[in-house]
Structure formats: structure tokens, C-alpha cells
Ligand binder design. Structure first.
Ligand SMILES: Nc1ncnc2c1ncn2[C@@H]1O[C@H](COP(=O)(O)OP(=O)(O)OP(=O)(O)O)[C@@H](O)[C@H]1O
Length: 249
């Protein structure tokens, strides 16, 4: 589904992602692990369009996406979440989700004046979809609350609902388990499983090995910007190269 070939990224100094190549299979939940500073988030940013790789190519279903803007990559069906979600705090939870679909008619000044009916109809459709996905992640009861009241785990669920409104084919999750209390972590894992059973593919950066072991097949290991190996979680966990990379870090 997604093919990365020889992807490198440097910020002027030595590359922090170096000649990384891998393939994400459609329908898989692929894990991306590695010690702190290994380059995982930088690689994510290259895939999602927030950073332009210094070298290499990335294709999604055969379409080249490296060098596209994040909104263009999003438009091709690839969505990402952030390690620390930052919803608009004063807007309601529902409004935060409604913001997600790009290119809404109401964003254009003249359409508001000339086609108010069309703008209102589209807004109703987006509101219904936002409600549907908020219900899916279990946040309906908080829909009219300002987003600032949400806990860290609830913010992760809000972010998931926000990307789901756009119905992406591939979702990149940056540490969905970080700072999340155990009951909510279970909810997040269940939601990922349900979405995956319905056909959504995932690439997940995660340090929580319980989540990785339960959900991710295969797991990619990044160390010092390079892809160290790829394998099943059980293999990866006991591979001496991986243990050394973590101990070294
Ligand atoms: N914009 C930037 N400018 C300069 N250096 C950067 C920039 N972004 C990241 N780096 C450096 O790149 C390296 C890799 O960082 P990155 O955040 O990608 O690692 P990571 O594997 O996601 O780490 P963690 O698990 O701690 O989130 C680090 O040394 C970091 O300081």
C-alpha cells in the first residue's frame, strides 16, 4: 500500500533518518519502535507531508506523495495523529471533529453568500459524520463540552475521531498509548482492532510493548535513523540487535 524507498532526512547535520526502505501491506497494523531519538517521528513527518525528505521516494497506492503538503497527503487517504494532541481548547469536542474534512464549502466567503442552503446541507452531513465517529470512540457524552476538559486519553480518542471523519485508508498513530490510563488504553486498542477489521491500515509508533505485541504485525525497528530489522513482535523483542540498540540508547 505504501512504499518508502531510500528515505533520508537531515536538518543540516548528519541524517536523523538514513536510507530507510520498507513496505506497508494493505490491511496490516505495522508497528514502528526504537529508542528515543531513533528518528521515528521524523520518519512519520516525512510520510505525512510535514517534512520533505532530503532523499528517497514514498508512494501510496502507486501515487508519489513525498514533497506533497500535509493536506494533500491527507486528501490521498493518509491521516496522522500526534504524540501530544492539541485540540482547540475553547471549541466543543464536536466542533473539533467537524473541523477535520478539508475544503468545506463554508470556508469560501462567496459560497456563504450565494449558496447558503448548500453550505448548511454540507454542515449537517459533516455534523452527522462527526457525531457518528464521536460515538464510535465513546465521547458522545462530552460532545458539547469544551475540548479543554478532556483528559490525555480522551484527547487521543478525540484525535482519532477527528481523522476518522475523513475516512482515511491508512492512519499513522504517534504513540496512541503514551500517558493513557489503562481502561482508556484498552478502549483505544479495541477501536484500532475494529477499524482494522473494517479495512483500515495502520502504522503505529509505540513504546508500550503490550500494545505492540497485541496489535502489530509486523514491527519495524528503527535505531539511529536506520531500519535495523522487521519481524513479528515476539522475534523482535528477543533479537540481540534490538536489545543492544535499546541498552546503547
Ligand atoms: N526540526 C528538527 N531540527 C533538528 N533536529 C531535529 C528536528 N526534529 C528532530 N530532530 C532530531 O532528530 C532526531 C530524531 O528525533 P525524532 O523525534 O524523530 O526521534 P523519535 O524516534 O521519534 O524519538 P522519541 O521516541 O523520543 O519520540 C533527534 O536527535 C532530534 O533531536
Amino acid at each position: 500500500m505504501l512504499v518508502a524507498e531510500g528515505v533520508s532526512k537531515s536538518f543540516g547535520g548528519p541524517p536523523v533518518v538514513q536510507d530507510v526502505s520498507f513496505t506497508l501491506t494493505r490491511g496490516a497494523i505495522t508497528g514502528l519502535i526504537g529508542p528515543n531519538g531513533a528518528g521515528k517521528t521524523t520518519l512519520f513527518n516525512c510520510l505525512a507531508g510535514s517534512l520533505k525528505p532530503s532523499a528517497g521516494r514514498i508512494t501510496l497506492d502507486g501515487v508519489r506523495i513525498d514533497g506533497l503538503r500535509p493536506d494533500q497527503v491527507f486528501g490521498h487517504g493518509l491521516a496522522r495523529t500526534f504524540q501530544i494532541p492539541k485540540p482547540f481548547p475553547a471549541m466543543t469536542v464536536l466542533e473539533n471533529v467537524m473541523l477535520a474534512p478539508p475544503g468545506q464549502l463554508g470556508e469560501r466567503f462567496w459560497t456563504n453568500w450565494l449558496r447558503p442552503g448548500a453550505v448548511a446541507a454540507e454542515e449537517r452531513r459533516i455534523r452527522d459524520r462527526a457525531r457518528h465517529w464521536l460515538d464510535f470512540v465513546g465521547l458522545t457524552r462530552l460532545a458539547q463540552e469544551p475540548a479543554r476538559v478532556l483528559s490525555g486519553g480522551q484527547r487521543k480518542l478525540l484525535e482519532l475521531a477527528r481523522v476518522l471523519v475523513a475516512e482515511p485508508r491508512l492512519i499513522l498513530l504517534d504513540e496512541p498509548g503514551a500517558g493513557v490510563a489503562p481502561p482508556l488504553l484498552e478502549t483505544i486498542m479495541e477501536k484500532i482492532e475494529v477499524l482494522n477489521a473494517q479495512g483500515t491500515s495502520f502504522l503505529i509508533i509505540e513504546h508500550n510493548m503490550e500494545l505492540v505485541t497485541r496489535l502489530c504485525r509486523p514491527v519495524l525497528v528503527l535505531a539511529q535513523g536506520r531500519l535495523l530489522l522487521e519481524g513479528a513482535p515476539e522475534e523482535v523483542k528477543r533479537d540481540p540487535r534490538v536489545i543492544e540498540a535499546y541498552l546503547g540508547a
